[in-house]
Design a protein around this ligand. Structure first.
Ligand code: NAD
Ligand code: PRE
Length: 365
């Protein structure tokens, strides 16, 4: 029986813990600055035990998985480096940045600590172990960044631990990693947040902005609901690439301003068409990679008991609901229920059942 120590018992750490449990004979100890998160994780069966004195557990562990925001990861790596006697475990992380973390890992490696950086390219705007799920990483890319002198055997050990994620593992250089994720993940996050802030600013004088912010706005800004701590840490650690992208974007916006000022249909058409062609050519959505939870929207009318009727229909069919919330976005309706499911299959079945009962349902809002 192997010993695993999970530091940071949240969405990503919890999801990986579930995949390890599925694939390995291991006891999973969890430590989190917020002890309640560990209690929740035990009650959900995500971890086996709470490691209140985590440094002691670190000495006995076969695997230490750090799944905290990336600035915390650096601090935890320093603490691991300072432990005596030196730890024998393989250490891995899941942080969204890799350059700074791997610089520190090189230092740890000189002191005999085996560290392999990791970053699953799947996740969610939701945080916390309550949202952890075993299928989160299926078919998603999972980047690994070993230190320069990592023996092949250690890399294979890391891959073996991650087998249950069913992700596509690939090895990349930390610097390349931060450049690439800067473009496809970190920079879009800054833009999504800026769009929401712009809408917020105008909503002060125009309350209808909030009511009308539906379909497209919601699609492009979903990620702005993510953890501010996670993202401020990411931006601090990927500062150079992000500054360069911000300047590029400013130039791009200057070009757009010229197109709009010129009012040239051809220039505008080409601009949109160039974007559409590239977007349409992106690989088809794979489970876990882009759509971590499948949502269904259900119009609910002003009738007593509607909410419980909807949940009863789903409970009778043994369809579990990951999350449920009421959005007030459409006039003449009480609201729209947003229900999140584990998989597209469950969502589709839920849609069929609700439509049979005359509910109006939508896959997108
Ligand atoms: N959310 C995503 O989509 C996603 C995807 C891939 C990678 N990541 C990376 O995974 C890591 C975790 O993100 P998450 O989404 O699971 O966040 P989360 O908020 O769900 O979980 C993080 C957990 O770490 C705990 N924590 C914070 N500081 C700690 C410390 N010093 N010691 C112990 N525990 C501490 C928090 O209390 C929390 O429970 C981050 O580095 C993030 O960049 C996130
Ligand atoms: O789906 C989301 O909510 C995400 O933001 C996931 C996402 C991404 O940008 O793709 C966010 C950060 C992680 O480092 C990896 C994945």
């Amino acid at each position: 029986m192997k010993n695993v120590l999970l530091i940071g018992v949240g969405l990503i750490g919890g999801s990986i813990a579930l995949t390890i449990k599925k694939e390995h004979e291991a006891v999973i100890f969890g430590y989190d600055v917020v002890n309640k998160n560990c209690e929740t994780a035990v009650s959900l069966g995500v971890i086996d035990k709470i490691a209140a004195e985590w440094k002691k557990h670190a000495l006995k562990a076969d695997l230490i998985l750090i799944a905290t925001p990336v600035e915390e990861t650096l601090r935890i790596m320093d603490t691991l480096d300072s432990l005596s006697p030196a730890i024998k475990a393989l250490v891995m992380d899941v942080g969204s940045t890799k350059h700074t973390i791997m610089q520190k890992a090189e230092k740890l490696s000189k002191n005999g600590i085996a560290f392999i950086g990791g970053h699953p390219m799947a996740g969610s705007h939701k945080t916390g172990v309550e949202s952890a799920k075993v299928h989160l990483f299926e078919n998603a890319f999972y980047m690994l960044t070993p230190v320069s002198n990592t023996p092949e055997s250690r890399l294979n050990e890391a891959k073996e631990w991650l087998k249950g994620t069913k992700a596509k593992l690939l090895t990349v250089k930390p610097e390349d990693h931060d450049f690439l994720t800067g473009i496809v993940s970190h920079f879009p996050h800054l833009i999504a947040s800026s769009l929401v802030r712009l809408a917020k600013f105008h909503s002060e004088d125009h309350p209808l902005v909030q009511q009308l912010a539906a379909g497209g706005f919601r699609d492009i800004t979903r990620i702005a609901s993510s953890s501010p701590k996670m993202w401020s840490d990411i931006v601090s650690q990927n500062k150079t690439h992000l500054l360069s992208l911000l300047h590029e974007w400013k130039n791009e916006m200057d070009t757009v301003i010229t197109f709009v000022e010129n009012g040239s249909q051809d220039e505008l058409y080409d601009y949109f068409n160039g974007a559409k062609e590239f977007r349409d050519g992106l690989p088809v959505r794979s489970k876990g990679a882009i759509q971590p939870f499948s949502d269904l929207y259900v119009d609910i009318l002003d009738k007593v008991g509607t909410l419980s009727q909807v949940t009863m229909i789903l409970a009778d069919a043994k369809i579990s609901i990951i999350n449920i919330s009421i959005l007030e976005v459409r006039e003449g309706l009480n609201g729209v229920l947003r229900i999140s499911f584990q998989s597209e299959e469950e969502r589709d079945l839920a849609q069929q059942l609700l439509q049979k009962e005359d509910y109006l349902t939508h896959i997108t809002l």
